[in-house]
Design a protein around this ligand. Sequence first.
Ligand code: TYM
Length: 334
Amino acid sequence: MARPRVLSGIQPTADSFHLGNYLGAVRQWVTLQETHDAFYCVVDLHAITVPTEPAALRRRTRVAAAQLFAAGLDPERSTVFVQSHVREHAELAWILTCQTGMGEAARMTQFKDKSARYGESAASVGLFTYPILQAADILLYQADSVPVGADQKQHLELTRDLGQRFNHRFGDTFTIPEPYILKEVEKITDLQDPSAKMSKSSSSPAGILDVLEQPGPLRKKIMRAVTDTETEIRFDEENKPGISNLLRIQSALTGTPIPDLVARYAGQGYGTFKKEVAEAVVDAFAPIRERTEKLLGDEAELDRMLAVGAERARAVAGRTMAEVRDRVGFLPTS
Ligand code: TYM
């Protein structure tokens, strides 16, 4: 029987992934390649929805791809590609845009958050239609499952709505995907503001742990993470969001359940606990950083790996689009 298919994407909008991207998404991508037919893309078309400098985009797209391979995606088992290399993403996005209501698009909270930063009238129309392009990414590959963090839930709901609407209007065409969200790691929070998610666009440098960062700064940031005025280590999301976030991180990285960690640190101060969290983060990130640097040392080879991924992705996307064009009523080109 064919394996179920999984698709996800990550934006090349920073010089490194952060711990939230890694625990909330990329780590699951690596696991799922064992059981699923896996497609993962670096979404450069999404990156340009906010002002982006071309040289930085080029660099960050390669850095993102290198980190994916370095984190454990195997080019034999996973199709890793750059979104703009597969033209069908933009084409399907247009067709889905024409199936989306203005009010429906206007309800997307990420646009409201992001545009508030620029002022709504300065925000691009692309930022407004961003979730429709994301729906196209997913539906093109007939994905069964989409591994993401909690912040993507609303976009996945829109994807399902658009897929169902298209199927209803034009006949069964798309697989309707399910989100794949692991509760324990769905929202890793900012070290300085544990009520907010760790985010490349809104966290301060002290609040974010970058995968490619050196051990020194990583340790320092964790030691300085905001906690509370008590001394007791326990999981209490509401009253102790900082400690709870560190427990979640430690548990995810070491595989030790949170109650076991709480028992282990009973009677010890925050200092010892934070030191051990820092070591777990450094141990997880160091090999990824080293492999990323090595991959970036040979750009031609990295580009070749991405070309192989793009070719495999195009084969699938091309099949879906041929059907979509016909269903919508476009004439064949020949
Ligand atoms: P992006 O690039 O912002 O983030 C990549 C992935 O990391 C997850 N994530 C987090 N998880 C837990 N805690 C956090 N603090 C945290 N911060 C980020 C995100 O949920 C995401 O899974 N719109 C998407 C990119 C995208 C996409 C797609 C995803 C484009 N097309 C198709 C899935 C399928 C985004 O902005 O991710």
